[in-house]
Design a protein around this ligand. Structure first.
Ligand code: AMP
Ligand code: ZN
Ligand code: FE
Ligand code: FE
Length: 281
């Protein structure tokens, strides 16, 4: 069974609709795909509607933006009740903060680059969760950079003076909230150093494990061999499961569907612990 549990649609910063994503998943030979847009569940319905025709089983999820004392950490949450207010409110707060911060970054960038807030909104047509990838798309559309990656290597880098952080839940609180919502939390790319301001220490993952963390991503494009070894050791030390995923963003990133996979055993655990079921054809 081929399970790719971490992908993005145009409801956040992927470039494809959930239906197109499901069709791509079928073409990539996947049996199960996890839709995990940043801080939103808005794409679930459309993805679910595409299950019968594509034959691909849907794992409903989200990737929650967390901040551990200023260090960004992404927490995947699976099969939680989307109407559980404390979690839904936190996701709405994160989306709002992202939008404000993206606007602020555009203000700063506009002093030196051909960019406007309207231009960014035009790149974020379907998105409920807006962010730096949409700024990148606007810069590319204006001819300032050849692609998203080049914009991220330049003025959109976290180390750049144009960068503005945004609010996110504390990751330990987030694990508790996800469990309270009936969901199953999995830490996304915990050792991907290239895009975060520093790394979250092992001790934080130990506290997350006590708060209900089920697994951490080991196999991810942003982890080299050394980072995979570190993530694997961390999971083993804390008795956590190990995941793998593509983190597919459509044309927005080079990540290809199915390039890393989750084991059927971990999916079975997530399903047994989650409040919602898989949506199967
Ligand atoms: P934000 O959350 O708005 O700060 O933007 C971070 C998002 O940008 C993440 O979801 C990444 O997937 C995406 N991202 C980070 N680095 C790159 C890159 N080099 N090229 C394309 N997308 C990127
Ligand atoms: Zn993303
Ligand atoms: Fe992420
Ligand atoms: Fe992601």
């Amino acid at each position: 069974m081929r399970i790719d549990p971490h992908t993005h649609s145009a409801y956040s910063d992927g470039t494809e609709s959930p239906a197109a994503l499901m069709a791509q998943a079928a073409r990539a030979g996947l049996d199960v795909v996890g839709l995990t847009d940043h801080d939103t569940t808005a794409g679930w319905e459309e993805a679910a509607a595409a299950v019968p025709e594509t034959g691909v089983t849907l794992l409903r999820g989200a990737e929650i933006s967390c901040s551990a004392n200023g260090i960004a950490l992404h927490l995947l949450a699976y099969l939680f009740d989307p109407d559980y207010a404390p979690l839904a409110d936190a996701l709405a707060h994160a989306r709002h903060s992202r939008s404000n911060r993206t606007r602020l970054m555009v203000q700063r960038l506009a002093a030196d680059y051909p960019i406007t807030w309207e231009g960014v909104l035009a790149q974020a047509a379907d998105a409920t969760t807006i962010g730096r990838p949409h700024i990148a798309d606007a810069l590319v559309a204006a001819g300032a950079f050849p692609d998203r990656a080049a914009a991220f290597a330049g003025p959109l880098a976290t180390s750049s003076p144009y960068y503005v952080p945004y609010w996110g839940l504390d990751p330990v609180d987030a694990c508790r909230l996800v469990r309270a919502a009936g969901g199953v939390p999995v830490a996304a790319h915990p050792r991907a150093a290239n895009r975060q301001r520093g790394l979250v220490p092992d001790e934080t993952f130990a506290r997350m494990a006590q708060a209900g963390l089920a697994a951490i991503e080991v196999d991810h494009r942003d982890h080299g061999p050394a980072q995979r070894d570190q993530a694997r050791a961390l999971a083993q030390a804390l008795g956590l499961g190990m995941s793998g995923a593509s983190d597919y963003h459509g044309a927005g990133k080079p990540n290809r569907l199915g390039e890393n996979l989750m084991s059927p055993a971990l999916l079975e655990q997530i399903v047994s612990e989650g409040a919602l079921a898989l949506i199967a054809p």
